[in-house]
Design a protein around this ligand. Structure first.
Ligand code: UN1
Length: 505
């Protein structure tokens, strides 16, 4: 472990505040201890960012923006290309640190770094494609078009469950867009953030850059400072609905912009004609992968009444094969939850489900023999979608419900406040299309014959309703990181007004 931490430049005590190469600041703030999610043992200490040092970091980011915005976008893309290459070189140790600190299994830790690499590649291409539209003016001798300018220094607040990938979705796009950024990672995963900052610093140093990628570490007060800071025209927040609402309110009060990627309560509808082999595999990965701690985790199954028993039996059989243990071991499929609070929340949800006619058909228990954060992945048959099922419990609990008609299935599906990811398993083209239609899934992501989690970076990622409406990552999500300007140029010698208005002579 020491060797791994050394490779990533993590010391016993690390400053948590940084403005770039040689820009680590010992703020004199309170010390935070990061723990190994699997054993609960301390990994290293972090000196948190004080309000005063936060202010100086944003000063640096705002100042750096004045230069960065004028660097041609394809040149900014070259920096992001080097960031992607540096991440390729560090993929193994960084992925392992994600596993150590967050507890997801090693292949998922690596997968997370792969997402970082992929978004860098995407952003490099994008750096030559930040297109605006040209439109025909209604006035003779006039040309109209729109262009996209960098926005400023932006805030990025990320959650523990994807401790580095979510930063990269924002950072790679923001960097080619010409923004500088201030990142506040979760206090539960500060070391992966510090390791990532070191990697970004190496790249920045090669390009003689400072103040583009900045880091602050601390709790909710720091998030609050960012939300109310008018020097950050946009704040991208990933996390709980409760905190997201606070961020949204503070940013809205100053009429700033947000990208919110909040909770999900993702369901899969399984129809009577579905390929159950495929459905079982997808549900297993969706519900048990990352120990149920993805915002895209499959939390609800809505299965046709004619196949619900068979599907449940097959899932129970599959769950029995899930090896639970040290996430660094190659054979492990499920590691620990992030902390004791997550374990307690899971236990409380199972109790509530049982008190409301839920039947635990698999799991339901804790696994203290493996460690304080280990739980059994759990399947619960629910006769109805009770209020508990409408909440997101960040744990590997899968609720199975049944339906008779497709309309009923969609109604149950959409009957929760969140709207992130969704899927249907069916071989019926008409049902698949209905699910994707305006009357179908109300989520930001809707899939056919693949699960709810594990989205590719090329699409816009995010969801509707209480998920917050934001979109990050691929497609045209870059527009949220830039400001649009509509330009009209009069190349004639006349002064016509729009709408044919005659004003004066
Ligand atoms: C998250 O859990 O916050 O689609 C993001 C997925 C991953 C990202 C999840 N690509 O499951």
């Amino acid at each position: 472990m020491k060797a791994l931490l050394e490779k990533l430049q993590i010391n016993d005590v690390n400053p948590g505040t940084c403005t770039g190469p040689d820009g680590w600041i010992d703020s004199g703030g309170d010390v935070l201890v990061s723990h190994n999610a699997t054993t609960g043992e301390p990994l290293a200490k972090v000196i948190q960012t004080t309000p005063a040092s936060y202010i100086s970091v944003v000063d640096v980011a705002a100042e750096a923006f004045k230069t960065w915005r004028s660097v041609p976008a394809p040149k900014r893309g070259e920096v992001v290309r080097d960031l992607g290459n540096a991440l390729r070189a560090y993929k193994e140790p960084l992925g392992e640190l994600v596993t150590l600190e967050m507890g997801k299994i090693k292949v998922e830790g690596m997968g997370e770094v792969q997402e970082m690499i992929d978004i860098c590649d995407f952003a490099v291409g994008l750096s030559r494609q930040l297109y605006g539209l040209a439109m025909h003016s209604e006035r003779p001798g006039h040309r109209m078009y729109e262009q996209w300018h960098p926005l400023g220094a932006i805030g990025i607040i990320t959650s523990f469950n994807f401790p580095v990938a979510v930063w990269s979705w924002n950072a790679a796009i923001a960097a080619v867009a010409g923004d500088t950024m201030v990142w506040k990672p979760s206090e539960l995963t500060p070391l992966t953030a510090i390791a990532t900052q070191h990697i970004a610093n190496e790249v920045a140093a090669d390009h003689g850059l400072h103040g583009i990628f900045n880091l602050v570490i601390g709790g909710g007060e720091l998030g609050q400072l960012m939300s109310s800071d008018h020097r950050l025209p946009m704040v991208s927040f990933t996390g709980s609905i409760r905190t997201g609402r606070k961020v949204a309110e503070s940013v809205a009060r100053r009429l700033g912009r947000t990208i919110l990627e909040l909770g999900g309560n993702n369901a899969i509808i399984v129809t009577e004609d579905a390929n159950l082999d495929m459905a079982v595999r997808a549900i297993l990965f969706g519900a048990v992968g990352t120990a149920g701690q993805r915002c895209t985790t499959t939390r609800r199954i809505i299965a046709h009444q004619s196949i619900v028993d068979e599907l449940t039996a097959r899932l129970v059989k599959a769950y029995k094969q899930v090896a639970i243990g040290d996430p660094l071991d190659a054979g492990t499929l499920m590691g620990p939850l992030i902390n004791k609070r997550a374990v307690d929340n899971m236990a409380a949800a199972i109790e509530t489900a049982q008190a409301n006619d839920g039947t635990v058909v698999y799991g339901g228990g804790l696994l203290p023999g493996l460690g304080a954060h280990f739980v059994e992945p759990t399947i619960i048959r629910m006769p109805q979608q009770i209020p508990l099922v409408c909440e997101e419990t960040f744990a590997p609990i899968l609720y199975i419900m049944s339906y008779e008609t497709v309309e009923e299935a969609i109604e149950i599906h959409n009957g929760v406040p969140q709207g992130l990811s969704s899927a249907i398993f069916t071989t019926n083209l008409l049902t698949a299309e209905e699910f994707l239609s305006v009357k179908g899934s109300d989520c930001g992501i809707a899939n056919v014959n693949i699960g709810t989690s594990g989205a590719e970076i090329g699409g816009a990622f995010g969801g509707e309703k209480e998920t917050g409406g934001g979109r990050e990552s691929g497609s045209d999500a870059w527009k949220a990181y830039m400001r649009r300007q509509t330009n009209t140029i009069n190349w004639s010698t006349q002064m016509p007004l729009a709408q044919g208005i005659q004003f004066g002579d």
